[in-house]
Design a protein around this ligand. Structure first.
Ligand SMILES: [Zn+2]
Length: 124
């Protein structure tokens, strides 16, 4: 998370938005449950504390950028979120975004699932 924040989030924020991110808004990390809460599914990476759900960011001037409101916009906030999404695969093995399904319409799910897992979304 520290590497992602310093090498991706802060650099993109300064380049695209002209200021630092002062807060990363998380919906949670540890949660002992199965994937998508389906009874027959494997344990989620959240059950191992290896996943985080990112709902948005707060900038130094107090501006909020939220996945729910800004992911489908047309301004710099959307550009920032798309850039975050694109670079996330360099830091996490799974990156699920609002584009992937309705369950993730308000957050990015990033996790450290092993590369050979069949539910991997990052191909690099
Ligand atoms: Zn998640």
């Amino acid at each position: 998370m520290a590497k992602w924040n310093s090498q991706s989030v802060q650099i993109l924020a300064k380049h695209i938005l002209g200021q630092k991110v002062t807060k990363i808004k998380s919906l949670g990390i540890y949660n002992c449950r199965t994937v998508n809460r389906r009874e027959a599914s494997n344990l989620s990476q959240h059950a191992y504390g290896l996943a985080i759900d990112i709902a948005g960011f707060v900038l130094a001037d107090g501006t909020h950028i939220n996945l729910r409101e800004n992911y489908d916009g047309t301004d710099k906030k959307r550009h920032f979120l798309k850039a975050i999404e694109k670079q996330a695969c360099q830091y996490f093995s799974t990156n699920i975004s609002p584009l992937d399904n309705e369950r993730h319409n308000n957050h990015f799910h990033f996790d450290l699932k092993f590369k050979d897992n069949k539910q991997q979304y990052c191909n690099s």
